[in-house]
Design a binder for this molecule. Structure first.
Ligand code: SF4
Ligand code: SF4
Length: 185
């Protein structure tokens, strides 16, 4: 049986061969998700690593990886013990073939709906910056979306990752219901 680290490495290798667009979307926004989302300055900014990623990324000197206990974070109950939070030292510059899964997934997010169907949606979390791709729901390259969907379908086979995606999905659906209520639907 493959280790989590090996599975993550295989997923990195697959995603290294696709791009979300045929050009660098960072030129439109000053690479906002890297500069404001992956940087040092604000305590709550950075990137959660998925189980197994810390093994792959430890020792990368362009990343500062902070270790804390799962109980200190808003994570599923199944998450126990150490969790890893990474901040980039020189955003938006990084070795692209070693970007964490979270960076490779944005501006999309994995979603499991109330019928248990798994899909990708635009990331609708409240963000400290605007992503033009999300605002405009820009269509992304098909091979990127297909590869990302396959990769996440594989990732959610890990019960911890499944629980995380399910928790985020339930919060997303709840927020959507609240919005509909407010609008009187
Ligand atoms: S994903 Fe969005 S925020 Fe990030 S660089 Fe591209 S357009 Fe900018
Ligand atoms: S790891 Fe790379 S892609 Fe991800 S936030 Fe940092 S600079 Fe941006």
């Amino acid at each position: 049986m493959k280790s989590k680290r090996e599975i993550i490495k295989e997923i990195y290798d697959v995603l290294n061969h696709v791009e979300l667009l045929d050009h660098d979307c960072g030129v439109h926004c000053g690479a906002a998700c890297c500069v404001k989302g992956g940087q040092y300055s604000e305590e709550d900014m950075g990137i959660y690593l998925l189980p197994g990623e810390e093994e792959l990324l430890k020792g990368q000197d362009w990343l500062d990886i902070k270790v804390s206990d799962a109980s200190e974070h808003d994570l599923p109950e199944s998450w126990k013990g150490k969790v890893y939070f990474a901040r980039c030292k020189t955003p938006p510059i990084c070795p692209r073939d070693m970007r964490p899964i979270q960076c490779r997934t944005f501006p999309l997010a994995p979603h499991i709906d109330s019928d248990g169907e798994f899909t990708l949606v635009y990331n609708d979390l409240e963000l400290p910056y605007e992503c033009p791709l999300i605002e405009e729901e820009t269509p992304l390259e098909d091979d990127f979306v297909d590869a990302l969907l396959d990769s996440w379908a594989r990732l959610v086979e890990d019960p911890l990752i499944y629980d995380l995606v399910k928790m985020d999905s339930e919060a997303r659906e709840e927020a959507f219901e609240e919005l509909l209520d407010k609008l009187g639907y």
